[in-house]
Design a protein around this ligand. Structure first.
Ligand code: C2E
Ligand code: MG
Ligand code: MG
Ligand code: MG
Length: 293
């Protein structure tokens, strides 16, 4: 019945319906998801989960990344990798990103822990002229100080219109917001992007960490990127750390911070100010990782 209501509201969908019989399931599913997306915001169907980021070797929490979740009335929890690309194609990403930004700022403003919140920005959003104003009003309305907001961008956000992207990033940084380069290493123009853009930190993609215990090449790359980041004054966070042995290696090779299931899974509980305080320090896990190494 929930879905029927959703769909009834989607009746103005632009695409003609008479192709239905010819569409395979994947195409139909995508189309249905796009139609449902349009109403999910009004239906309050999105939530933000938060995942901790920790400094190494101290183990102190140094931030929380906001990760969107869609609780679909019929399909259950849908991961962002499924619907963000659809929202980017359909144009719904901009209202969606605005919602994420406002919600993350609002929730973080209520936390007992004053560490920054990281928000992922889609490439399309960076190309929006209104972005700077949107960010400014999200901060003003929530009362979150700009120093407590970090925006995460991938290289693909920058390559479309480099000149405008740089202008936007400078305006955001001038407000006091930090900018992180997300998923570093899997894009096309990594070094060029590092040379020209004023990132505050680099997040090394999880694919460089996932096999690191068994892969000397991956260790060499991690070591070089950590050194490069340190030289450029862009501390490197290793993404996707799941194993104590991986934590030991990224610590030994000079990464500045980590994020991953080993430290903590994305969780709704962290949105609640009372729960943030309960998150244990990473320190005992680092000691454990050192023992493994
Ligand atoms: P991302 O920004 O690189 O976020 C990290 C992803 O890695 C998250 O997946 C997180 O749950 C997952 N992850 C963290 N630690 C581990 C680990 O130890 N092992 C493994 N296997 N995975 C780990 P999630 O939440 O499914 O998000 C996927 C991507 O969707 C994000 O990648 C980001 O690009 C995008 N995304 C998420 N939320 C938003 C949002 O609010 N706006 C936009 N534009 N994109 C978002
Ligand atoms: Mg991210
Ligand atoms: Mg990433
Ligand atoms: Mg990613």
């Amino acid at each position: 019945a929930d879905l029927a209501m959703y769909r009834a509201k989607s009746a103005h969908s632009k695409e003609p319906c008479f192709y239905d019989a010819h569409m395979d399931d994947a195409v139909r599913e995508r189309r249905e998801l796009i139609a449902d997306l349009r109403h999910a915001l009004d239906a309050d169907a999105f939530e933000l989960y938060y995942q901790v980021q920790s400094s190494i070797p101290s183990g102190e929490i140094c931030g929380y990344e906001a990760l969107i979740r869609w609780n679909h009335p019929v399909r259950g929890m849908i991961p962002p990798a499924r619907f963000i690309p659809l929202a980017e194609k359909s144009g719904d990403i901009v209202p969606l990103s605005n919602w994420v930004l406002r919600r993350a700022c609002h929730e973080a403003a209520g936390w007992a822990d004053p560490q920054p919140v990281s928000v992922n920005l889609s490439p399309m959003h960076l190309a929006e002229k209104q972005l700077v104003e949107t960010v400014r009003s999200a901060l003003a309305d929530s009362g979150l100080p700009p120093e407590r907001l970090t925006l995460e961008l991938t290289e693909s956000a920058i390559i479309h219109d480099k000149h405008f992207a740089l202008e936007q990033l400078k305006a955001l940084k001038a407000m006091g917001i930090a900018i992180a380069l997300d998923d570093f290493g899997v894009g096309y123009s990594s070094l060029e992007v590092l040379r020209s853009f004023p990132f505050d930190r680099i997040k090394l993609d999880a694919s460089f960490v996932s096999e690191i215990e068994h892969d000397e090449q991956a260790v060499s790359i991690l070591r070089s990127v950590a050194a490069l980041g340190a030289t450029l004054n862009m501390p490197v966070l290793a993404e996707g750390v799941e194993e104590p042995a991986q934590l030991a290696i990224v610590t030994r090779e000079g990464c500045a911070a980590v994020q991953g299931y080993l430290i903590g899974r994305p969780s709704r509980m962290l949105a609640d100010p009372d729960h943030v305080r309960r998150v244990a320090s990473l320190r005992p896990r680092i000691v454990e990782a050192e023992a493994v190494a």
